[in-house]
Ligand binder design. Structure first.
Ligand SMILES: [Zn+2]
Length: 359
């Protein structure tokens, strides 16, 4: 709206679109370049252009609430205008900037195409992905730092238990696995990724459980990767200082994002009862200090009455650990053999279809 009021006369949408600037396309397979338009001082791309590049056409969607859907044989994308939420191939993702409409047509930021939508739909196009030989597990918290406290136990113990189980599964398949902590001890956050440098071609996986004592209904699984330098974290407005901090993890962000995306698809596919909280972005210390592909998994809420019972059960933790191991194996198959990772719907899970709230 700001742009329109600055113009001396009203342009038709077609004329306005003709003023788009052309920039090179990074991930899309079909288009040579994107047409961009400056909106809210950022480069935006017509969402229809992005959809066309992935052979999607506009579908019907509950009209009137801002939801817009595109679908093709291989991909599905649903966005809600003026929000940062996107359902990409059936799994929730959180964008850096809201999808906006101009002349009734949706636009998505070029930053989100490059950082999230493109790599999510075309993981094999991400050049930062390199072969993987070692898994560095980081069981969250430990010692005096109990993490989230549930009615039956503490996050630190569940995290260590899941790591031990996932490690056993991965080692049985010949994967080298090490851990930032082997027992109930506290290790400073910035120390945890330091062990990466002792091993050949590692990935870093921090295992946590969530808590929200103020909101017992909160439940579900989310996976975090570092945001690209200059882009905001999920649930927060852009921060001109924190978002531009120089972090060791910045260089490897595209690979970390594909790892997070692959993990969330696998976890949701295998844990069919778990709610999809999405692939998120945060500048957690362990992700900032890690210069290899790195993710942080929140495997459910110890503060949710139903979920905490499951987390406390060894059978559930074994199943969950197996899903975590499979998510790592799926990323390794992509990195080492260029094998495309399965999507949540390949496991028979119905795609996430409702919009929630950003937090
Ligand atoms: Zn934690």
């Amino acid at each position: 709206m700001k742009l329109l009021s600055a113009l001396p006369f009203r342009l038709s949408f077609r004329a306005w679109l003709a003023l788009l600037i052309i920039v090179p396309v990074i991930p899309a397979p079909a288009l040579a370049e994107w047409r961009t338009k400056t909106i809210n001082e950022r480069s935006y791309v017509p969402l229809a252009d992005f959809a066309a590049a992935f052979a999607m056409t506009k579908g019907n969607r509950r009209s009137g609430n801002g939801e817009i859907a595109f679908a093709g044989e291989a991909h599905r994308l649903v966005v809600k205008t003026d929000t940062r939420e996107a359902l990409v191939d059936g799994v929730r993702h959180w964008l850096s900037y809201p999808v906006v409409t101009r002349f009734g047509n949706p636009f998505v930021s070029l930053a989100d195409i490059n950082a999230t939508l493109g790599p999510a739909m075309s993981p094999s196009s991400v050049k930062a992905i390199k072969p993987v030989k070692t898994v560095v597990f980081d069981p969250g918290h430990g010692g005096h730092d109990k993490g989230g406290r549930g009615p039956y136990g503490n996050e630190k113990d569940y995290a260590l238990d899941v790591v031990k189980r996932a490690r056993r599964i991965l080692e049985s398949k010949g994967v080298k696995v090490v851990q930032s902590r082997l027992s109930d001890v506290f290790i400073e956050l910035h120390e945890r990724p330091k062990m990466n440098k002792n091993y050949e071609s590692p990935v870093f996986v921090s295992v946590h459980f969530n808590s929200a004592g103020w909101k017992p209904s909160a439940n579900g699984i989310e996976v975090y990767a570092l945001p690209s330098a200059g882009l905001p974290t999920t649930g927060k407005a852009p921060d001109p200082i924190l978002d531009r901090r120089k972090d060791a993890g910045n260089a490897i962000v595209p690979a970390s994002f594909v790892f997070a995306n692959t993990m969330q698809h696998t976890l949701l596919g295998k844990m069919s009862e778990s709610f999809d909280r999405g692939v998120k972005r945060a500048r957690y210390v362990v992700l900032r200090y890690s210069d290899v592909p790195s993710i942080l998994i929140e495997g459910g809420f110890v503060t949710n009455p139903e979920e905490t019972k499951k987390i406390h059960s060894p059978e559930w933790r074994e199943k969950y650990a197996s899903a975590v191991a499979d998510g790592i194996l799926a990323y390794m198959a992509l990195a080492n053999e260029q094998r495309l990772p399965k999507r949540a719907w390949d496991y028979g899970r119905e795609g996430s279809d409702e919009f929630v709230w950003e937090e």
